[in-house]
Design a protein around this ligand. Sequence first.
Ligand SMILES: O=P(O)(O)OC[C@H]1O[C@H](OP(=O)(O)OP(=O)(O)O)[C@H](O)[C@@H]1O
Ligand SMILES: Nc1ncnc2[nH]cnc12
Length: 176
Amino acid sequence: MSATLADRVSSRLRDIQDFPSPGILFKDVTPVLADPAVFGDVIRDMADRRRGTVDVIVGIEARGFIFGAALAHELGIGFVPIRKAGKLPGEVRGLTYDLEYGTATIEIHQDAFVGGERVLVVDDVLATGGTAEAACRLLDEAGATVVAFETLVELAFLPGRDRLVGREIHATVVVT
Ligand SMILES: O=P(O)(O)OC[C@H]1O[C@H](OP(=O)(O)OP(=O)(O)O)[C@H](O)[C@@H]1O
Ligand SMILES: Nc1ncnc2[nH]cnc12
């Protein structure tokens, strides 16, 4: 039997213990990106799940840009970045939140949405859920409609899903 996409991605996730700080088991996605067959199949799988149901892809800096921009291109729709504080040049709205390792502030351009756009939020890893929750709240405040949160990897041993109650979440790989 041929390997599932989840198995193929799992085999290309590299675990780095104690990065970026002691006690963190870091899931490195760079081997997934380095394999064009797997990376391509990941993007096509995400696209097939969303075709015709979203207007805009929002990617979260930095690794969410890689998957989000490729997905937007595959779907033929626009891409909007959520960036760390101080990086976007125009007027912004922002939110500060807790991370698995520290705190962060994210920002989005104030004029990125007129209201009502159907948005898919994309990132590489769902860990504590702080980033995803902040991104979804920021988009709610901006008047966009968050259709779902799409991630390559969900760390199910952390309570990320609990921060996103009521939101649709899909992960290519669930790490237990
Ligand atoms: O669910 P959470 O606990 O919020 O963690 C998930 C977030 O952490 C990582 O980003 P990071 O802040 O390390 O930034 P990077 O993508 O720029 O490396 C990852 O890419 C997610 O955005
Ligand atoms: N353990 C982890 N591995 C990779 N990215 C992360 N982002 C937050 N926690 C992470």
